[in-house]
Design a protein around this ligand. Structure first.
Ligand code: SF4
Ligand code: SF4
Length: 671
């Protein structure tokens, strides 16, 4: 790290260092402005400055603490996270060493010593010396892993692009030049240095044995020192041309992340005045969506976790995110006006998304995949009237009947026959409003769960009411399919009804209604306390308002986490605690579960939209259940119920049973 005295007798070292650095910064910042900033300035606005302290905390934990990278890391299963942590912190350590030992010491030879103290300087130099060789080992392993071992998430075209090799080559040469420059310096001083730099000292010993004259050692020290600096500066210029833009963009993407509940979509207001619905051209996306495109580290984690991708569809969330910035190569910059849909992003990929959130859960840099996908669906549906026939049928049903189901023989209140269930008109001051939802009300196979819910509430003497014929679909399916206009019309109508009856607290059995009313109705002025039944019933049991009796014999149950309850709203323990309260009901977890649970296949409108190709997602999840050999597949969502009824009848000859947890509570509860 000791700088040479001058540039081969031509210029003082400090002058060379600063001239070259300023030149490289000018080139780097110009490219950065032309390729990135200009594009960001041409995009749509979105507000992301609320709660700055919480955002800053995320930057420390997710960014500097590498929380997301480490969440799946283990020595046995995923060592890449550990390697990334070392590289990330190593990168920061090297950056600090360049400031101290190159930019500081080249002006004032004692600069680093004055800041760190004599002992501190020696410790830091030893650390950097050892770190250089650790980096070389990791880079060797990373190269073998990416191009020889090839785990699934590194097999995608994007992850195999040559720029990854260029970056690895850059970093490896930096490390080699660092060690060689130090070693030749030590050899030039006849091995007589104060610092403990074990790696460079070992190499210097070998070099010294070759008995080259001291002037040659000096020249080679200068050569490798300058090559080392040139590598740093070339790397700085290369960053805005490459995927390593993520070094700059990912901390910003983490800071400006969406801090609402994960399942919350953004709400474009004043739709009538919008110049275009949704997005298809780079300039039609928000600046955060475009920033994410630069923040992506191309690690493949999102695509590797995507149920649509796993079951053989074209959808790759990583590819979609990378395509949002448009066509970009080292010589071509996106115009911002290229149509992305049908050119870089195919329609099937957009329709195959289940909005399950597995991609966002895995992403280590705060990229949001679902919002831009829905934004593109909005463009297809509202701007171009292009959608699968099954999606069109749902939207038509919603418009004409206020619910998504075609040809149901039931009305919204038929299920209440013989039960003590009052409508809001009959019971104007209920403690809670039971939001029934279209599927429990109108689908024969789902009515048992809402009937069980009503019975349990009656037994617990809860004063509740339903909207009855005044309830319509929340609008959630229209929203996820991309008809934002229809969604806002339906949601506003529901909010008006709820407000007219002065409703404050809502309980629902459907996680989709739960997520929509709780997290998205506030955007349109509907603010209520909303609970999923698993939370509400659990509290009733804890308060001893419902007593649970033991099952006659042991029953093994595996619980499937609905995406809109678990990943999107972080409710994992309430359903499991419910199970624990029922004696002789034994929980056996499915793999994967909780944050990593696979979607049932119904999200994002897929209760109606057919999958384009590959295996069925619900069959894959059903197979994961069958591996547990449990008796019951426990659900807490009407759509999961539908998907697994089909899965079990196709794959298990109905040997096992699908049950909503509320049905089990009802069967085993007494006053
Ligand atoms: S939300 Fe789910 S289905 Fe959609 S891209 Fe992400 S992981 Fe894939
Ligand atoms: S979007 Fe996130 S998870 Fe997906 S490849 Fe990029 S950095 Fe990795």
């Amino acid at each position: 790290m000791t700088p040479p005295e001058n540039i081969f007798g031509i210029l003082p070292t400090w002058a060379g260092v600063y001239i070259l650095t300023i030149l490289s910064l000018i080139i780097s910042l110009t490219v950065f402005y032309l390729r990135v900033v200009k594009q960001l300035l041409s995009t749509q606005s979105v507000y992301r400055l609320d709660n700055p302290l919480f955002r800053l905390w995320g930057l420390f934990t997710i960014g500097f603490g590498q929380q997301k990278v480490l969440q799946r890391t283990s020595i046995k299963k995923d060592r890449a996270g550990l390697a990334h942590l070392i590289i990330f912190w190593g990168f920061l350590s090297f950056s600090l060493s360049y400031i101290l030992f190159i930019f500081g010491n080249s002006i004032q030879p004692e600069f680093a010593k004055n800041i760190l103290g004599s002992k501190g300087e020696n410790i830091y130099l030893s650390y950097i010396d050892i770190l250089s060789s650790v980096f070389l080992v990791i880079l060797f392993w990373a190269t073998a892993r990416r191009w020889i071992i090839k785990p699934t998430r590194l097999k995608f075209d994007l992850t195999q692009k040559p720029e990854s090799a260029i970056i690895l080559g850059f970093i490896a040469s930096l490390m080699i030049f660092e060690i060689l420059s130090n070693s030749f310096y030590i050899a030039s001083q006849s091995l007589n240095v104060e610092e403990f730099v074990p790696i460079s000292m070992t190499v210097a010993n070998i070099l010294y044995d070759s008995k080259i004259n001291s002037d040659t050692y000096n020249s080679l020290h200068s050569l490798f020192w300058w090559l080392h600096l040139l590598m740093i500066l070339i790397f700085a210029i290369y960053i805005p041309f490459s995927k390593h833009m993520h070094l700059i963009a990912s901390p910003l993407s983490i800071f400006f992340r969406d801090i609402q509940a994960k399942g919350t979509l953004s709400t474009p207001l004043n739709l009538e005045e919008a110049p275009v619905f949704g997005a298809s051209k780079p300039s039609e996306f928000t600046w955060k969506e475009t920033l994410d495109s630069y923040a992506c580290a191309v690690c493949g984690r999102c695509t590797d976790a995507c149920p649509a991708h796993i079951t053989g569809k074209n959808l790759s969330p990583m590819q979609i995110i990378n395509n949002i910035k448009g066509t970009q190569s080292s010589h071509e910059v996106s115009s911002g006006e290229d149509e992305l849909i049908d050119n870089l992003i195919d329609q099937d990929s957009l329709w195959d998304c289940l909005t399950c959130g597995a991609c966002e859960e895995e992403c280590p840099v705060g990229v949001e995949h679902i919002d831009p996908i829905i934004n593109m669906r909005r463009n297809l549906v509202m701007e171009k009237a292009k959608m699968p026939e099954t999606a069109l049928n749902v939207l038509t049903n919603l418009e004409q009947r206020g619910h998504p189901w075609k040809g149901t023989p039931y009305t919204r209140t038929d299920w209440t026959e013989g039960l003590d269930v009052k409508t809001i008109k009959e019971n104007k001051n209920p403690e809670i409003l039971l939001w029934v939802g279209c599927t429990p009300a109108l689908d024969k196979n789902n009515q048992s769960s809402i009937i069980a819910m009503a019975k349990v509430l009656s037994r617990a003497k809860i004063n509740f009411a339903i909207l009855g014929s005044e309830e319509s679909c929340t609008g959630d399916p229209a929203r996820r399919i991309g008809n934002e206009y229809l969604y806002q019309t339906m949601a506003t109508q529901n909010i008006n009804t709820l407000n007219r009856y002065n409703i404050k607290k809502i309980v629902t059995t459907c996680p989709h209604c739960f997520n929509n009313i709780k997290n998205e109705y506030p955007h349109l002025g509907g603010n209520y306390e909303v609970l999923h039944y698993s939370e509400f019933i659990l509290q009733l049991i804890k308060d001893k308002k419902i007593q649970i009796k033991s099952l006659p014999e042991t029953l093994r149950i595996s619980f499937h986490d609905p995406c809109y309850l678990g990943r999107h709203n972080n409710i994992y323990s309430a359903p499991r605690e419910l199970i624990e309260f029922i004696p002789n009901l034994e929980l056996k977890e499915m793999e994967p579960n909780k944050q990593q649970a696979l979607c049932c296949g119904a999200g994002g409108g897929h209760a109606w939209i057919e999958e384009t190709k590959g295996k069925r997602v619900n069959h894959l999840r059903t197979k994961q259940f069958l591996q547990t050999k449990s008796d019951v597949l426990g659900v807490s969502c009407p759509f999961c119920m539908q998907m697994f009824n089909e899965g079990i009848s196709s794959l298990d000859n109905n040997d096992s049973e699908v049950k909503d947890l509320i049905e089990i509570v009802e069967e085993n509860s007494r006053i």
